[in-house]
Design a protein around this ligand. Structure first.
Ligand code: ADP
Length: 456
């Protein structure tokens, strides 16, 4: 079996599975089983940048190799083209996107330098798997250096339709560079269709449902929904730490129902719209006053990108307004906690919550939706209210689907969720749990690797 080389912007953590997000857990699992190399950014900004020392670390069968970037790379590549241009455009937020040639140049240049540092580390039989929007042109750069390896790409975030993609200056260059991959994977059929449409409409390509052909070059394009490890998450949910959190919550709640939201503070997550829908629920269905409460957990992220700085303030203002309007001596409608929790504690909080609110305006998959379902059990499961714009909505048909832009419609769904009878909750939960077991993290990487092997 050939060695697996994973490339992603951030590398690790390998040992601390309680801290690692869903994605890191899946990659570590793949690397542990097959053995392999994980290459990426060290997370450090230094003067030498990409020209500095290669930092290596061995952890069992996994080797880590990372390099630094310099301040200019950080500004143009990471906090620049990746997170100020590609992220907003791919999440349909053209109003927040910055289009700037310096950022674009930084992005391509960092990709070239990462390829140059990675290429000498590759053995002849290696298989390379590149992750996410930071490194879309990496294969093209590796090929230019002579790499003949199977190279696959997986996009964790949504892919926009051509009408939106066209807002990127030099979009043709970016898209043509993608043809250097052997396999390109997306979270959903919707993303795959959007990607393929570009080549059909702009490059005269053809697509047979699996293979994309453009000017004689054939690339496989597949759908691989990212999942969680449902059994591991259930173990988290049954841990003493989870139980302690659950008890703490239930004491505070009494016989009230809790709605839970857990998201990085990101404009794509639709948290303000969620707060508005909750306000509408209290207004339209006043029987919920002093009976339901919303807990929002939202640790800050990317706070050096302008668009992120104001989100927290907006949420605090809205929560303050709503709490001022409705709070009672023993009841606060919205509680906002802006820090991260250990995954075991999160699982306990999910268990104590009757409704999971996952209402992003756009999301590649959304693992919180799957974690919420995995934390429930058959005896008294909660209800998942899920945005139709989350990748997870393509398969989780047991959820109550909402359009997060539609405040009234979402409030109606919230009312349905807090009044749903046990039998219906059970039925919906079972259907969702089946999907989560089927689309597990392990199934994600094994089916991707199988497809990559078959695409050469
Ligand atoms: P994204 O990758 O855009 O942040 P996902 O929902 O796909 O969104 O993944 C988020 C991951 O981060 C999940 O595994 C979730 O449990 C974790 N997470 C989110 N918020 C918190 C928090 N407050 N504390 C701990 N973990 C969190």
């Amino acid at each position: 079996m050939s060695r697996l080389v994973v490339v992603s912007n951030r590398v690790g953590p390998i040992r601390d599975s309680a801290r690692a997000g869903g994605l890191a857990v899946a990659i570590v699992d793949a690397l542990k089983r097959r053995g392999g190399l994980w290459f990426g950014w060290s997370g450090q900004v230094t003067e030498e940048g990409t020209h500095g020392r290669l930092k290596t670390e061995e952890a069992g069968r996994i080797s880590l190799a990372t390099i630094d970037i310099d301040q200019s790379d950080y500004e143009t590549f990471y906090a620049g083209y990746a997170n100020r241009t590609l992220w907003p455009v791919f999440h349909y937020r053209l109003d927040l996107a910055r289009f700037d040639r310096d950022l674009l140049r930084g992005y391509w240049s960092v990709n070239e330098r990462f390829a140059a540092r990675l290429f000498p580390l590759l053995g002849p039989d290696d298989t390379v798997w590149v992750h996410d929007y930071h490194f879309m042109p990496l294969a093209a750069k590796l090929r230019a250096m002579g790499a003949k390896h199977p190279i696959g790409f997986f996009l964790h975030i949504p892919f926009p339709v051509p009408e939106v993609l066209a807002s990127l200056p030099r979009w043709h260059d970016l898209m043509r560079a993608m043809l250097a991959y052997d396999l390109i994977g997306f979270q959903t059929e919707r993303d795959r269709q959007a990607f393929v449409r570009y080549f059909l409409e702009e490059e005269g390509g053809s697509f047979d449902g699996e293979w994309l052909e453009v000017n004689g070059r054939r690339v496989r394009v597949g759908v691989f929904p990212v999942g969680i490890d449902p059994q591991a998450f259930r173990r988290f949910a049954a841990s003493p730490e989870a139980e302690r959190q659950e008890q703490r919550m239930r004491q505070v709640l009494g016989d009230r129902l809790q709605l839970i939201g857990v998201d990085r503070l990101d404009y794509s997550k639709g948290i303000v719209q969620r707060f508005e829908a909750f306000g509408r629920l209290l207004e339209q269905y006043p029987e919920n006053l002093n009976r339901v409460t919303l807990l929002q957990v939202a640790p800050p992220s990317r706070s050096d990108v302008e668009a992120y700085a104001d989100i927290r303030e907006g949420l605090e203002r809205f929560a303050g307004h709503l709490n001022g309007l409705y709070a009672d001596i023993d009841w606060t409608p919205i509680r906002l906690i802006v820090r991260a929790f250990q995954r075991r504690a999160l699982a306990g909080i999910f268990r104590a919550s009757r409704v999971g609110l996952v209402t992003p305006l756009r999301d590649g998959m959304n693992l919180v939706a799957k974690e919420y379902v995995a934390a429930q059990d058959d005896a008294d499961p909660g209800v998942l209210v899920l945005s139709r714009f989350a990748g997870a909505a393509e398969a989780l048909d047991g959820a109550l689907l909402v359009n997060p832009y539609d405040t009234d419609g979402t409030a109606e769904m919230l009312q349905r969720a807090v009044t749903m009878p046990l039998e219906e909750r059970r039925d919906r939960w079972r259907r969702m749990f089946e999907v989560i077991e089927r689309d597990s993290a392990e199934n994600w990487w094994t089916s991707y690797m199988t497809a990559l092997r078959a695409s050469r």
